[in-house]
Design a protein around this ligand. Structure first.
Ligand code: HPA
Length: 275
């Protein structure tokens, strides 16, 4: 039986390919506020998501919803500015659409960035954190339903979803750039409410160091499709209850992202130059 999800992806990929000068080797997903911090590199091609047939348009304020394709250094890159979240009410197929599109286009490496709350006590607001693994607490998985055999297997291994080789490269880039890069496990919570202090204590007991509302569906879809993945998070705030006197606000998340965005950009450029 033909899977209409595959037809939709193939059509979207044809439309994007028609505007690309070459196959991108690396896709970079820029999370909350980071699209602004990263800016649009010179040259290249901007592709608004609204011009891609079948592409789910982002709805959250502050998410640009476009791709930029071009070279950064020697590397053909596809930047994703703005992403879809499950809390918006979208289907998992919509949330994973961009990642699958990358795979169909021939992208081999996915770099995902996000903003997160810091659970582990030694983490501070503003820390850059290399994601070593994740815990999926979304209660949903983008691979549920008939398997897209064109992309990958029914039961993909997740033992090394955050590619060890890329983590090594990120560590080397951070040390060369004198950027402090901590490491941690990311748990995806559904949101859009922030977590309660009791939930954060539970996540900590489970082994999570960071909490956020994105990334995990994309990484599962990427691992399924055989992409190598690197994940970097900006811990924008202490998670709920970590500082009992503090309240969480989206403004703090955006403010920290802006403050640390340039440093993350420098790190990303150093990583790209080593790929
Ligand atoms: N919780 C969930 N998502 C987040 C947080 C948080 O504390 N900070 C940034 N994104």
């Amino acid at each position: 039986m033909r899977d209409e999800r595959w037809d939709k992806l193939a059509k979207a990929a044809d439309a994007v390919r028609a505007r690309l000068a070459e196959t991108p080797a690396v896709a970079v997903t820029l999370g909350s506020g980071l699209s602004d911090a990263f800016g649009v590199p010179d040259g290249g091609t901007r592709i608004p998501c609204s011009e891609i047939p079948g592409f789910p348009a982002p709805t959250v304020a502050g998410h640009a919803g476009e791709f930029w394709a071009g070279r950064i250094g020697r590397v053909p890159v596809l930047l994703q500015r703005g992403r879809a979240h499950y809390y918006e009410g979208r289907s998992m197929d919509d949330v994973a659409f961009a990642t699958r599109l990358f795979a169909v286009l021939g992208v081999k490496t996915l770099i995902v960035t996000n903003a997160s709350g810091a659970i582990r006590p030694d983490l501070s607001a503003g820390d850059l954190v290399l994601i070593t693994d994740h815990i999926n607490m979304l209660g949903a998985n983008p691979l549920r339903g008939p398997n897209l055999d064109e992309l990958g297997p029914r039961f993909p291994d997740m033992s090394a979803a955050y590619t060890p080789r890329l983590r090594e490269i990120a560590r080397a880039a951070a040390s060369a750039e004198k950027v402090e890069l901590k490491e941690g496990v990311y748990v995806a919570a559904l949101g859009p409410s922030y977590e309660t202090p009791a939930e954060i204590r539970a996540f900590r007991a489970m082994g999570a160091d960071l909490v956020g509302m994105s990334t995990v569906p994309e990484v599962i879809a990427a691992a399924h499709a055989g992409l190598e993945v690197l994940g970097i998070s900006i811990a924008t705030n202490l998670a709920a209850g970590v500082n009992p006197d503090a309240m969480l606000t989206h403004d703090e998340v955006i403010e920290t992202t802006r403050r640390k965005g340039a440093e993350l950009k420098r790190l990303l450029l150093a990583i790209l130059s080593r790929l």
